[in-house]
Structures are given as C-alpha cells and as structure tokens.
Ligand binder design. Structure first.
Ligand code: KG4
Ligand code: ZN
Length: 350
C-alpha cells in the first residue's frame, strides 16, 4: 500500500510517502519544513504565524515529496493526516489539504492522532518495522515525551493503548523550553539545555524530583521549573558559563530521574516485555542512556527508542500510524471519510 502522510500539528510542515505492508515500511520520500527561524525571535511558537507558514509551504512541499517518491497523487492508495492534538489553526491546514485531495481523487483518508504517531515511530528503524510481528514485544509500556505531552501508555497490541499516567501540569519538553528561557538561551530551548548540561555537574544543585515516589504514574514538572527559577533569583549578578551548565545539568538530571523511575515502575507492575520511548524529548542523549542503563537491570524487558530521525515531528510516523489504523479497521472504513474529519486540537488518545 502507498500512503501519503501529512503532519502540521505545530510548527513543522511535514509530508512523506511510504510503501508499506506488514513486513516492510519503506520511506519513498520524506520532507520537513521547519519554522524555527520564524518563531525564534518570539521565543516560542506563535500560532497565527505557524498556520500562515503551513499554508504557504504545504502545496510546494507536497509537489516536491511526490516528485521525490517518483509518484503522483492518483497512484496513492490512502492519505493519513494528523487531526489532533495540536494547535487548531496549524492542524486545519494539514487536515483541509488532505480532505481536498481525498475528495477530489476519491481517496481514503485516515485520521491519525499525533501521539500515536510518536508511539509508532519507535517501531521503525531506517524505514523498516521492528518488533511489530514479534509476540514477545507486547505488552508494551510507552513513554511519550514531547513539548506538549508527557504520558505513559500500556499497549496490549498495536493501536490498542490505555493511559497509565500523564503530567498534571507542564510537559517535559515545555519545562526544558521554559528553563532555557529563564537562562536566556535561544529557541528552541530543549536541545540548548541538553547541550550545556553535557558540560555541567548534575549534582551541583539538588532540584526536586516531583512525584517520584507518588503511588500513581502521573508526573509534574511545574515545581521543578519553579525551583530553577528561585535558584536563579537567589544567585546574584551575571551567570557565568559554568554556573549555567551546572543548572542545566542538575535540572536535566532531576527531570530524567523521574521519567526513568516511573516508567520502570509502570513496566514492572504491568509485566511489560518492552519499554518504548518516543517524542521530541526522546532525542535527549542522557534520557536515552539512562533508559538503557535502567532497562539493562530488567533482563526480560526490551527497550525500543525512537530512532533520532523520527523523534521530532515528522510525517513518516503519521503515515505509518495511518497504516496501523487501516489494518485494524480496514481501508474501506475510510472511503469518503473526508466529509466527517475535522481538526481536533484536544483529541485524547485514551
Ligand atoms: O515531539 P516534538 O517535536 O513536538 C511536540 O509534539 O511537542 O517535541 C518538541 C519538544 C520541545 O519542547 C523541544 O525543546 C524538546 O522536544 N526537545 C528536547 C531535545 N530535543 C527536543 N528536549 C530535551 N533534550 C533534547 N535533546
Ligand atoms: Zn510531536
């Protein structure tokens, strides 16, 4: 099956064409048009500007993506589009583009949840499926960590997930971004904090690990972020490089300690055979290495971390998640579905 994936939930316009079946997941083309340069001067994503940019680039990017895949819209078997969660005006650009193509060429249109895209990304490696055909993979405990989400899921089978816990306030990526802003680091902040943390001492500041021992699987990062703010207020004068690096390293360690401990707890209590890690923050080097260390102590548990090329928002994961939906419900269900599909900023996966 050939699927065109479309992703516009935030500040990346992404399109991909996949040739996909149960065995293979071949990326024929994939393009991401990033808006970092536009939002940089505002220190965060400005929804109106994001939507405007999506509108400007989506058609040229569609033409480029089809040309690189050496195909035409007429030859596509189905479209998969991110319907939510995300910024409503950004989502609408992708959804309305997909609906127009689906209507005009009578193609099935598969609505995809952005979070399920991040989950599916961990089952891909350089465009191949990994672990999906293997009975010893499930049940899976999945941690999705991004700019808008921090959630733990129990996945009994692909496409069947149950929420185990989530953040009660800030998402992990959001906390990274806000700490970066406090330190006057350039946007996007998460990777900057991670970069400086690599040269810092993680034990220099003893920041709180909120809810690390709570008897549920929820998270909270607002208190950690505020602790960084109060520490900064107490420190007089200009902050030298070493101090900033130590703050970044200590903050990063605190956030990661909580993510690792709660995910391991979720995996143990649910007798998971696999721990899965996806979303923008899963690009973080320390997070990846701490998960490798912690899961090595659970000999019967495999670790699947999203390949770096798929951690951020992309359309490969959306097309792949669309395929899983089509497999579950049958492609026929999505014939003429364009008339019923609308962007849904708050679409919850559970
Ligand atoms: O999944 P994603 O690309 O978009 C959302 O769905 O939100 O995630 C973006 C988030 C941002 O908050 C960004 O700062 C964070 O992921 N991020 C990182 C790193 N790379 C990206 N956070 C910490 N360390 C990183 N290396
Ligand atoms: Zn995302």
């Amino acid at each position: 099956m050939i699927i065109l994936g479309i992703e516009t939930s935030c500040d990346e316009t992404a399109l991909a064409v996949l040739r996909i079946n149960n065995r293979r997941c071949q990326v024929l083309s994939s393009n991401i048009s990033s808006q970092t340069a536009i939002h940089k001067k505002w220190g965060g994503v400005v929804p109106e500007l994001a939507a405007r940019r999506h509108t400007q680039v989506i058609i040229p990017l569609l033409k480029k993506t089809l040309a690189e895949a050496k195909t035409r819209l007429e030859k596509i078997d189905a479209l998969a589009v991110t319907v939510g969660p995300g910024l409503i005006t950004s989502l609408q650009v992708g959804v309305e583009t997909a609906k127009t193509v689906a209507w005009s060429l009578s193609k099935p249109l598969i609505p995809v949840n952005h979070i399920s895209g991040h989950i599916i990304s961990s089952f891909l490696t350089s465009g191949q499926w990994r672990g999906t055909r293997n009975k010893s993979t499930f049940p899976v405990v999945a941690l999705v960590v991004s700019g808008g989400h921090t959630e733990l899921y129990l996945i009994k089978n692909l496409g069947q997930q149950k929420l185990l816990g989530r953040t009660l306030d800030d998402a992990t990526g959001e906390a990274f971004d806000k700490v970066a802003k406090m330190l006057k680091l350039p946007y996007p902040g998460g990777p900057q904090v991670a970069k400086l943390a690599a040269c810092g001492n993680p034990t220099k500041f003893n920041f709180p690990r909120p809810m690390i021992n709570s008897n549920n699987l929820n998270f909270s990062f607002a208190g950690l972020k505020t602790a960084v703010l109060y520490t900064l207020k107490k420190l007089p004068g200009t902050k030298n490089e070493e101090l900033v690096a130590n703050i970044c390293a200590s903050f990063q360690q605190a956030a990661i300690d909580v993510l690792v401990k709660k995910t391991i707890k979720a995996a143990t209590t649910n007798k998971a055979k696999t721990i899965l890690l996806g979303g923008g923050v899963s690009a973080n080097k320390l997070l990846r290495s701490e998960f490798k260390k912690a899961s090595a102590n659970l000999p019967r548990v495999k670790l699947l971390i999203s390949p770096l090329e798929f951690t951020g928002d992309n359309a490969v994961m959306i097309a792949a998640a669309g395929y899983i939906e089509a497999k579950k419900s049958g492609l026929k269900v999505f014939k003429n579905s364009w008339s019923k599909i609308n962007a849904d900023a708050n679409w919850e996966l559970w």
